[in-house]
Unconditional design. Sequence first.
Length: 202
Amino acid sequence: MDRTPQFEPAAKYSLHWLGTRCLFLLGIAFVLSMIACGIDSFASSRVDAGLISGPRYTLVANSIVYCFGVLAITSVSLLLVEIAFRKDINYLQYALIAMALTLFYLLLLAMSEKMPFPIAYATVSVMTIALIAAFIKGITQDPKAVRLTVGILFLEYGMIYVLVNIGAMALLIGSITLFLLIAVAMYFTLKLKIENDELVIK
């Protein structure tokens, strides 16, 4: 009779895993937001050189303000995708997605020098969303995960476009949007359950 002790596999999606991932993702978002501030300074120098007009620079600079929010919201959304669909996204892949989201602003600056801001914004948004969608498809092989990610990114970039164009109302609309996002986050944390030391969304 086999008396070899049977060990239960360690829970992967545990609270410790969630805490570690959140710290990593927020750290990456903070560092890349600082890099985005460098893009803002670079954009200012392009105005001085006459390569981009003042109004277009203002729109680009206003969009960079939301960099940390885009990085944090997208990363946390992917974290929930990982838990819900049980598809592993490793640290390097999270970092690459965050870099693609930050590169958005450099591409936006470059294209805004050559074309009207709305066209540049739409072009770079589609490029970024398509790249991340293809990457998520390669990672998860799950159409639902891809659709969810694309939907979140479209909402984010759509909201930012509205905010950078409404001037004085941006603070009010932005504050209400953040309030709603926190409400949604609270709702999803209520759906997070622990079963056999594993996080699940129910």
